[in-house]
Design a protein around this ligand. Structure first.
Ligand SMILES: [Zn+2]
Length: 332
């Protein structure tokens, strides 16, 4: 990197308390995603028992809860893949979310041939609870931006609520659901051979280790910034290095590299390397938004752990395992 580097201490330290991702479902409990290419039949009904005391339920259908215990409100969401974008329209992976606004009188959701329905505790009546409103939105799964479907009745409050809920955890979940029918799996690890160009001392990019993972981007000031995430892959290394590199996708004539932020969580001291004049503030702004998307350190710790598994395999295969016992010294 040719840019100028300076060290900055973040005003907001990393929160290590409760850094496990809140509300995350264990993987094993997720029902298999529906095959979108297959016509749906009665057998394709998928039910989710509702639990109003949880902040969110992430399954094949999604339930997001808010409000006091006496009256919990819910956004019930069915997830559909959006039509594949044209190759160069600048948009990332997208999903269509069918949203019902219900409350804690509903006890179950059913996603079936007739669409998404909510049911109360009176099964002999067999009726769907009337919902307060229903709307459909198109979401860019890289930026988390919502594009309203103009053909539906607007619900500004519901859409605003949904927009606030679209953090990294929910975007990752929706992404996993929509890419599964295409045979993509964000947990599929690249082959060790495909990364044999890596050598000790270098970081590994998360998207190189997990090629089907969701790409991260942030949109503000009319521009889209795509963020790559690289981790130190040596399990025993004390450097904790994590580099976020940023590309301005609206650069002309081509996407333009903005610079990188080097972190060593949980240290609040970061290194900024800006390629352009006056990009330091931009990089700090993107780091801030990145941290809002993933509060706490849970995701970063988990992703470094996953990269380190690949690091161990690479070292074992190509360095005779020598680095497993001798980690690089911590960088100052
Ligand atoms: Zn390291």
């Amino acid at each position: 990197m040719s840019g100028r580097t300076r060290r900055v201490v973040l005003e907001r330290p990393f929160e290590t308390e409760g850094s496990a991702v809140p509300g995350a479902e264990p993987r094993a409990s997720l029902p298999p995603p529906r095959d979108a290419a297959r016509p749906r039949s009665v057998q394709d009904e998928i039910w989710l028992p509702l639990d109003p005391l949880r902040p969110r339920q992430l399954a094949h259908v999604v339930a997001l809860w808010r409000g006091p215990e006496s009256r919990r409100e819910c956004l019930a969401i069915g997830v559909r893949p959006a039509p594949a974008p044209a190759e160069d329209d600048g948009c990332g992976e997208r999903a269509i979310l069918d949203v019902l606004r219900i409350d804690d009188r509903s006890v179950a959701l059913c996603d079936g041939p007739g669409g998404l329905d909510a049911f109360t505790m009176r099964p002999w009546q067999g009726m769907a609870r009337p919902v307060r409103s229903a709307f459909t939105v198109l979401v860019d799964l890289e930026t988390g931006e919502i594009e309203r479907d103009p053909s539906r009745e607007p619900d500004p409050d519901g859409a605003a609520w949904l927009a606030r809920e679209l953090d990294g955890e929910l975007l990752d979940h929706v992404h996993r659901t929509v890419v599964a029918p295409r045979g993509l799996d964000p947990d599929r690890r690249a082959s060790v051979e495909s990364l044999r160009g890596w050598s000790p001392g270098h970081l590994l990019r998360y998207s190189a280790v997990y090629p089907d993972s969701r790409r991260e981007a942030f949109r503000f000031g009319g521009r889209t910034y795509r963020v790559g995430e690289s981790h130190c892959p040596i399990a025993l290394c004390p450097c904790h290095a994590l580099v976020l590199d940023v590309v301005d996708m609206d650069g002309a004539p081509l996407p333009e590299y903005v610079g990188a932020v080097r972190l060593a969580p949980p240290s609040a001291s970061v290194e900024i390397t800006a390629e352009r004049e006056r990009s330091d503030d931009l990089l700090l702004e993107i780091l801030d938004r990145f941290r809002d998307r993933y509060p706490g350190l849970g995701r970063l710790v988990e992703r470094r752990r996953r990269v380190a598994v690949m690091g161990s395999l690479l070292v074992e295969r190509y360095s005779g395992g020598a680095l497993l016992a001798r980690a690089p010294r911590q960088r100052k």
